[in-house]
Write a protein that binds this ligand. Structure first.
Ligand SMILES: O=S(=O)(c1cccc(C(F)(F)F)c1)N1CCc2ccc(OCc3c(Cl)cncc3Cl)cc21
Length: 249
């Protein structure tokens, strides 16, 4: 792989990321001290569980639409066979969502951007999944400590998405060759910017995956409490990625 090809790949990854992040980093920084008041937090805590789930799932789905768009813009992704595109998005969407949430996290006062202002952990308590939200907040803290640039976030996201070790891939070698190029380009970038040290500080993949598992458990519990809701009031994209058909409706 030539230097010219590496530079083109770097441009493609960074543009795909910056063009598909619904909130610009600078805008998030400007408003990151605007936090919800105690009475506003109390208002959210009073909302019924199904109502709060529906609102969060709606924001999540919007963010996932951006992640799908990010994938489609990555060189080589659209050339993969459709089955493998779905396999990679199903496996990686939630992990990329966690990375994107960390961009909207204020680690100085432990709040996260939500519906226009910054929210503390306990604003989400009516969701009934405090361990999921606190695990997400902890992950955001770890990511804030690494202080990833948008370039680094772009590569980290692309490499998580284009993971050749995902089970059920039909053309593993095609994903493998994309991943190798990304790895070379990412290491080049880190070397040029003297940031090789972040490789040891990035959260282990298992940590991201365990939060994804907690999410699936919470979703299962929620669906038992509100049968039929996932099919009636959740957006199709969320269902496609997180609700497997063969389960009871
Ligand atoms: O504004 S958010 O919705 C949101 C969602 C995606 C990306 C963003 C951002 F910042 F990157 F743009 C913002 N938001 C912010 C803080 C928060 C915590 C939990 C949550 O939802 C829990 C949940 C449910 Cl209930 C069902 N399935 C998966 C999950 Cl993780 C959403 C949420």
């Amino acid at each position: 792989i030539s230097m010219a090809e590496l530079d083109l790949l770097t441009q493609n990854v960074v543009c795909a990321h910056s063009e598909t992040c619904q909130f610009l980093q600078e805008n998030l920084q400007v408003i990151r001290w605007e936090t919800f008041s105690q009475s506003e937090v109390h208002g959210f805590q009073q909302k019924p569980m199904d109502h709060m789930w529906e609102r969060c799932v709606c924001h999540i789905t919007n963010a996932i639409q951006q992640i799908v768009e990010f994938a489609k813009r990555l060189n080589g992704f659209m050339e993969l066979n459709p089955n493998d595109q779905i396999v990679l998005l199903k496996a990686g969407a939630m992990e990329l969502l966690l990375l994107r949430m960390s961009r909207a996290f204020n680690c100085y006062n432990n709040t996260i951007f939500f519906e226009g202002k910054y929210a503390p952990l306990d604003l989400f308590q009516s969701l009934g999944c405090n361990d999921l939200i606190s695990a997400m907040f902890d992950l955001c803290h770890s990511l804030c400590a690494v202080n990833l640039s948008e370039y680094e976030m772009a590569f980290y996201s692309a490499m998580i998405l284009l993971d050749p070790t995902q089970p059920w891939l039909q053309e593993k070698e095609k994903v493998q060759s994309l991943h190798v190029k990304l790895d070379v380009a990412f290491r080049n970038l880190l070397r040029r910017t003297h940031r090789e040290s972040i490789l040891g500080k990035l959260p282990q993949r298992g940590r991201l995956l365990s939060i994804c598992q907690v999410h699936m458990e919470k979703l299962k519990v929620f669906r038992q409490m509100y049968p039929g809701m996932a099919w009636e009031r959740f957006p199709p994209l969320y269902r496609e990625l997180f609700v497997s058909e063969q389960e009871d409706p």
